[in-house]
Design a protein around this ligand. Structure first.
Ligand SMILES: [Zn+2]
Length: 337
């Protein structure tokens, strides 16, 4: 018995899925689709489900791949000749022109199995300028039956010329109840609602948190953050240790703590915290920092979040966040005495 499996869209992607399938049935598919939306909501999973659907030779009524045909078999083995996935060689690296050129020349865009030829580029905003120019040529002279899926959480980083040649599908954070229900089926022994909050509402990111030691790490970093504020830790040394971690994660956490500090300072009963498990602690920290300073820290954190990826020196970026904190509230714990 063969193991039938094909990727399917996630529960919150139903409408987007139906839209694409309808567009395909009506023969109105664009040559390129830009899937945008926050990190961790399953854009890649959606692209895979579309690819599997288009490469399947006996898809179900709703467009899902059957999981059994030759197309599905090749898809599963990762050897379908009409599917190419272009990613950076390592996370954070650029996608270079060779990678794009290899897959987007006219010959390689002609499907071997006589159906669609699908190219997935993830993350599309990692293409360097020459790679983007090379892709642009393909978008300007599309080959029939080619379907290019660009995935990006930061589509504004793509050249406007590329964006204007794609149809954009903006995928949103799922409705919270739906995401919590899905997550409950994915993680054991952990509170799905808490995980979802920590992941800013992105379910796949939440699942990754459950799978890793990240939650413990987050508490350790929060300890260090509090120690800097109390003047008990050296911000430069802490920046150096945080610099070894994924900056988007660290700066995301950092910004979330400060946001919660401000919320709790304004309303101690605030309900929808990002870090509900650290309520008391963040409330204490918030109460011990002046409003004006707190706003300044939050501004800096938001600026750092926006500039992520374009930062040449992350250590300096982290120091610029942490140095102003130093000793700003020497008495967080003393208040309780
Ligand atoms: Zn199939």
């Amino acid at each position: 018995m063969s193991e039938a499996y094909a990727p399917t869209p996630l529960p919150w992607q139903k409408e987007d899925w139906e839209l694409i399938q309808r567009t395909r049935r009506d023969d109105r598919l664009p040559h390129a689709l830009l899937l945008s939306g926050p990190e961790g909501i399953g854009k890649r999973r959606f692209a895979d489900a579309i690819a599997a659907s288009f490469l399947c030779t006996s898809a179900e009524v709703d467009g899902s791949a059957c999981g059994n045909c030759r197309g599905c078999e090749l898809f599963r083995a990762g050897t379908h000749p009409d599917l190419k996935t272009i990613m950076p060689e390592a996370p954070g690296k650029a996608i270079r022109i060779d990678a794009i050129r290899d897959y987007t020349s006219k010959e390689s865009l002609t499907a071997q199995a006589g159906g669609y030829k699908i190219v997935i580029v993830e993350p599309a905003d990692a293409m360097n300028r020459s790679a983007a120019n090379s892709l642009l040529k393909t978008l300007e002279e599309p080959v029939e039956w080619t379907f290019i899926l660009l995935i990006s959480a930061q589509p504004e980083r793509l050249p406007a010329t590329i964006r204007s040649r794609c149809r954009q599908l903006q995928m949103k954070l799922p409705q919270r109840g739906l995401a919590v229900r899905w997550l409950a089926g994915e993680v054991d022994q952990m509170d799905p609602a808490l995980l979802l909050s920590l992941a800013s509402g992105a379910p796949l990111r939440a699942r990754a948190l459950a799978d890793s030691e990240l939650l413990g790490l987050r508490v350790k970093l929060l300890d260090e953050f509090a120690a800097i504020i109390e003047g008990k830790a050296d911000p430069v040394a802490v920046a150096a240790s945080w610099n070894r971690l994924d900056p988007s994660l660290v700066v995301g956490w950092y910004s979330g703590w400060l946001t919660d500090c401000l919320r709790l300072k304004t309303d101690p009963d605030y309900v929808d915290l990002i870090n509900p498990d650290q309520r008391n602690r963040l409330q204490e920290i918030g109460e011990s920092i002046e409003f004006k300073r707190l706003f300044g820290y939050i501004d800096d954190a938001h600026r750092a979040l926006l500039a992520l990826g374009s930062q040449l020196n992350q250590q300096l970026m982290l120091e610029s966040l942490l140095l102003p904190l130093a000793g700003s509230a020497p008495v967080i714990r003393d208040r309780e005495k």
